[in-house]
Design a binder for this molecule. Sequence first.
Ligand SMILES: C[S@@+](CC[C@H](N)C(=O)[O-])C[C@H]1O[C@@H](n2cnc3c(N)ncnc32)[C@H](O)[C@@H]1O
Length: 265
Amino acid sequence: MIEETNENLDVVRAQFGANAEAYGTSAVHARGASLGRLVELLHLNETLKVLDIATGGGSVALACAPHVSTVVASDATPEMLEVVTRRAHDDGVTNLQVELADAHDLPFGDDTWDVATCRIAPHHFHSPDRFVAEVARTLRPGGLFGLVDNVVPNDVNVAAFANEWERKRDPSHARCLSVDEWLGLLVANGFDVEHRELMSKEMGFSWWCDNMSVAGETRVELLDELHAAGEQIHAFLRPQFGEPVEQDTTVFHLTEVVLVARKSD
Ligand SMILES: C[S@@+](CC[C@H](N)C(=O)[O-])C[C@H]1O[C@@H](n2cnc3c(N)ncnc32)[C@H](O)[C@@H]1O
């Protein structure tokens, strides 16, 4: 298990280390609608200690910082933490620290945090179960967990296509779960789910490939696969192709779930 974790982390670090700047400033991450919605749903105040897991460019941590006592922005990729440190410095944020941390093995004591967040990252984790257990361990009783991630439908064929297609773009992609799978994991780890909603986001095909420095021939394969995919896959990803079909005019849609869950007292 430890070897598998390390192998997975090596791929994550290679992918995100090489693309840290693009992720730090990408519109979907720095300004996506789920960012403001998540912060709003957490009802933050100046007494709270917040942990943001797999912080990437630090967008959630930076959005929380003005409203809370302290925030720790954690990530497994050192280059991402350099981006967060620079953004915090540029924004004059003084109550944010960074910490190198694997989401499966958080380097924090039991019952440490009032709030834990993790946005658009668990699809990289090889064990979502272990991740949720670590959040439950490190949150204080009554603490809040705000989770946002891309999800797949319950239909196994659509889910398999969406996950394989994404993995071809980004080898560090593990798996998007369905909403039902997330709800099951949260309940099994002692959380009461207080809020859930779905949000749709439009993705430009070329931008999506640029973010992970996808090679030209792989882009062609990805576009062909999307174009040739069946009706149910198109119903989920809602692609729009230009005429003629080409990368720059193609868009599709991903679905994010926003969940807020409270650790039982
Ligand atoms: C898409 S970015 C996160 C976006 C960010 N949370 C936001 O809201 O803008 C994914 C991040 O997950 C991190 N990551 C992937 N696997 C991880 C793991 N096992 N533990 C911690 N961080 C991980 C990557 O290093 C990367 O920075």
